[in-house]
Design a protein around this ligand. Structure first.
Ligand SMILES: [Zn+2]
Ligand SMILES: [Zn+2]
Length: 393
């Protein structure tokens, strides 16, 4: 069976919702209009609505036919980005400096499309939690929902997510079992030397020289300390020191980010950055202190949920259009917090090939979600529910 015909029949409605959301982008924890929009639609279809988790989060609870106590969760993100849109089509952002440049308008629309179909048909036995989360970009709205009791309030067996993927054709779906997107951490190293006249360096301890050596030495984490078969990135993105030409400053500060896929590598990277910084500094008579902060964990897809997602994807778009061992991405995603709490799977949905409609990469001021992908994504959600929670007989 390809896409769900009933969903294709209201494609025009989904396009209208999506463009309305696109024109009215809202950023982290301020998705008030968007949450109202989602809640009104869900209530209109007779779906029980719960609001308030992570401030603007919305959860729709829909029971199928039958007596099953089983439940699964489907998650969409609702937030936009701080980007000035450079598109000039009719549904471009009406909000200065904000834009749906990651396609979360499309994600919200597709989960709404599935909700409408599932509410009409109820061809499943059990409960589906339709999770609309705020603040996926940077602020970890998914983490906040989990911390505020998302899965205690809505105890699902598995949770599923998806993201549109420019560069893949509409009608293609990709996924991988195991680590699929990297953990994302940040660090800051403060180096304290001894200020001096720049013409008398022997009277001081130069933190700029120490910082330069630390930046270089940190490269050995990826190239010499971690198994080359385990992906890792350590990038210094900021170097701050000094105010003028003829003074050796007292202090220097380095900031950067680390990406990894496994707990072991993550632990090691955290320890090595601090160790290298402090021992290199010591070699020069300076001191270095490192603050390391763990942000998003890695997205790790579990075996059974990934097999289910692959089966449903193949049914919707055809087996030839499903890539089940797509390469992992070094980018990060706060759906990882939900996957830490529950088994599940996160897939990538083709948004259009490069150079064509939907081919522009996310976070670019020219990006736009491809409305042609909406029927595919909503059909995947709908069939996932019907397959995971089948009616008896
Ligand atoms: Zn994004
Ligand atoms: Zn995104």
């Amino acid at each position: 069976m390809p896409i769900v015909n009933r969903i294709a029949a209201f494609h025009d409605d989904m396009v209208a919702w999506r463009r309305d959301l696109h024109a009215h982008p809202e950023t982290a924890f301020e998705e008030v209009r968007t949450a109202d929009f989602v809640a009104a639609k869900l209530e209109g279809w007779g779906i029980e609505v719960h609001r308030g988790l992570a401030q603007t989060g919305v959860v729709g609870l829909l029971r199928g036919r039958g007596e099953s106590q089983r439940a699964i969760g489907l998650r969409a993100d609702m937030d936009a980005l701080h980007i000035q849109e450079l598109n000039d089509f009719g549904h471009r952002s009406q909000v200065e400096g904000k834009m749906h440049a990651c396609g979360h308008d499309g994600h919200t629309t597709m989960l709404l499309g599935a909700a409408r179909y599932l509410a009409e048909t109820r061809n499943f036995d059990g409960t589906v939690a339709l999770i609309f989360q705020p603040a996926e970009e940077n602020e970890g709205g998914g983490r906040v929902m989990v911390e505020e009791g998302l899965f205690e309030q809505f105890p699902v067996e598995q949770v599923f997510g998806l993201h549109n993927m420019p560069g893949r054709a509409v009608g293609e779906i990709a996924m991988r079992q195991g680590p699929a997107m990297a953990a994302f951490d940040i660090f800051e190293t403060s180096i304290t030397g001894h200020g001096a006249h720049a013409a008398m360096p022997h009277r001081g301890i130069d933190p700029v020289l120490v910082a330069a050596h630390i930046v270089t030495a940190l490269q050995s984490i990826a190239s010499r300390l971690i198994d080359p078969l385990h992906p890792v990135v350590v990038t210094v993105t900021q170097v701050h020191a000094g105010d003028t030409w003829n003074v050796i400053p007292e202090q220097a500060v380095l900031r950067g980010t680390a990406r990894s896929f496994s707990r072991e590598v993550r632990d090691r990277v955290e320890a090595e950055i601090a160790r290298i910084a402090s021992t290199v500094a010591e070699a020069f008579g300076a001191k270095a202190e490192t603050r390391y902060e763990r942000r998003y964990p890695a997205v790790v897809n579990t075996r059974d949920a990934t097999a289910l997602a692959a089966q449903v994807a193949a049914e919707v778009v055809g087996g030839d259009n499903v890539e089940t061992d797509a390469p992992p991405l070094m980018g990060s995603e706060d759906f990882a917090y939900m996957l830490e709490a529950k088994p599940g799977c996160y897939i990538w949905l083709g948004n259009g090939t490069e150079g064509g409609p939907g081919g522009c990469m996310v976070h670019n001021p020219h990006y736009d979600f491809n409305d042609e992908a909406a029927v595919v994504g909503a059909s995947y959600w709908a069939r996932l529910v019907e397959t995971a929670l089948p009616l008896a007989g």
